[in-house]
Design a protein around this ligand. Structure first.
Ligand code: RNT
Ligand code: ZN
Length: 422
């Protein structure tokens, strides 16, 4: 045992004593933490580019800024990069793909033609790496999405094309889930909306509702595929109206027993997803989170261990919602090393869950139920300086990944050896 390992162990032992004084069982928390997979989004690795080579703009109101060198250009490069990131993240996780990451062997296969076979490379890779897979139809970066409408399009032909895409994506999701022995969450997000004040808000929503019904008509085994629907408040170019708003999808998900997706960047900046969780959970089955970090708008900055992330994790733990929650990430920053972005964001998410699991919940609830808000606030503030770092380092070491800042050296080396040569 080297010096630093024994330091990590002794700091952990001291931390356990300190948490015990607050009535918190650290080893029970670590056991729970290890059972929560995070779904890493593939699109941080290549700026939401995909591999169709259509030369299309990403569109859909999505924007990736930055031109840091080393972006993945092929599925193999993306997989190597993801493997590097995953080797620096404690726990067993999932990988979240978009339809635009199909592998078609150089043949042009349009979105209404894709099949599970085009994702066999991903399935084999996931199996070999002990990962689950999640999936998303891609309703952007395509000529038929250029005017900003897809499933709610007024033209029946365009709508039909995108419905067929959705139908095929569910089958692909089910093939992934079946092959990997855990359900794939297939998440529908569409960009449809209007830049300026619409004359008809109702029509597009009726069309979207009908399109979704058509997509979901085929029964699929929930052990293989779970359908999710993701709302948004506004996007670039859809400032005045988004067809798939929160109220729309909340209603749709409740009525049709679908997974509700809450993206932390998809609400007004004074609204928080942490507050919405206990409000929606009594009415829906499962929840999918797209954990992101909006700065002034839905900017998809890399997730960090800030107040809102911690509040989100606390709500999941306090409400015992984790068994019904699929935690996915959704950010894309091309201004920094992309592998580091994955590592930073995912480690932050796991740290937030750890902190939440180490919360002295009993004491806080007791003071609240006694109306002693002075004690509640005092304890919340004192609990902030408990030794979470010592527990985190121990968790990393016992999970076989670098503790503390040591992972950064590995990413820098990978940048030198691999990324800088692209
Ligand atoms: C867009 C949504 C959506 C996308 C990804 C690429 O605002 O958040 O989830 O970010 O599907
Ligand atoms: Zn999202």
């Amino acid at each position: 045992m080297n010096q630093s390992t024994s330091n990590v162990k002794s700091r952990y032992a001291l931390a356990c004593e300190q948490f015990a004084e607050w009535g918190v069982d650290v080893s029970a928390a670590l056991k729970r933490l290890g059972s929560v997979p995070i779904s890493l989004h593939c699109w941080q690795g290549d700026d939401v580019g995909g591999f169709e080579n259509a030369g299309e703009e990403i569109g859909g109101g999505l924007a990736v800024t930055g031109n840091y060198p080393g972006k993945a250009r092929t599925p193999d490069e993306l997989r190597r990069d993801a493997e590097k990131a995953l080797s620096l993240i404690p726990g067993r996780h999932r990988f979240n793909l978009h339809a635009s990451y199909a592998e078609t062997g150089g043949v042009k296969i349009d979105r209404d033609q894709i099949e599970p076979s085009h994702f066999q490379g991903w399935i084999d890779w996931a199996k070999a790496n002990g990962l689950g897979l999640d999936f998303n139809p891609t309703y952007f970066a395509h000529p038929k999405a250029e005017d900003g409408f897809t499933l709610a399009h007024a033209d029946e032909g365009v709508r039909g094309f995108w419905i067929e895409h959705g139908v095929r994506c569910r089958r692909i999701g089910a093939a992934m889930g079946k092959a990997l022995g855990a359900p794939c969450v297939t998440n529908v997000w569409i960009p449809d909306g209007m830049k300026d004040t619409p004359a008809d808000r109702k029509g597009p929503r009726e069309r979207l509702s009908n399109s979704l019904d058509a997509i979901f008509a085929e029964p699929l085994d929930p052990a293989h595929n779970l359908d999710a629907v993701e709302s948004k408040l506004f996007g670039i170019g859809s400032e005045s109206y988004v067809v798939g708003s929160h109220e729309f999808y909340l209603g749709y998900a409740i009525k049709n027993k679908k997974v509700l997706t809450l993206d932390t960047g998809h609400f007004h900046p004074t609204e928080t997803v942490s507050d919405k969780i206990s409000a929606v959970m009594p009415w829906i089955g499962d929840l999918l989170l797209h954990v992101s970090r909006g700065i002034r708008w839905d900017s998809d900055h890399v997730v960090i261990l800030g107040d809102e992330l911690q509040a989100l994790a606390r709500e999941l733990v306090r409400g015992e919602y984790l068994s019904r929650t699929h935690v996915g990430l959704d950010f894309f920053d091309a201004s920094i090393n992309r592998v580091a972005a994955w590592v930073i964001g995912t480690r932050a998410m796991i740290k937030a869950l750890l902190t939440a699991m180490l919360e002295p919940a009993g004491d806080l609830r007791q003071s609240e139920s006694q109306g002693d808000f002075t004690t509640r606030l005092a304890l919340m503030e004192e609990a902030k300086s408990l030794p979470y770092g010592a527990v985190w380092d121990y968790y990393c070491e016992t999970s076989g990944v670098p503790a503390g800042r040591a992972w950064l050296g590995e990413v820098k080396q990978y940048e030198k050896d691999v990324l800088s040569k692209r």
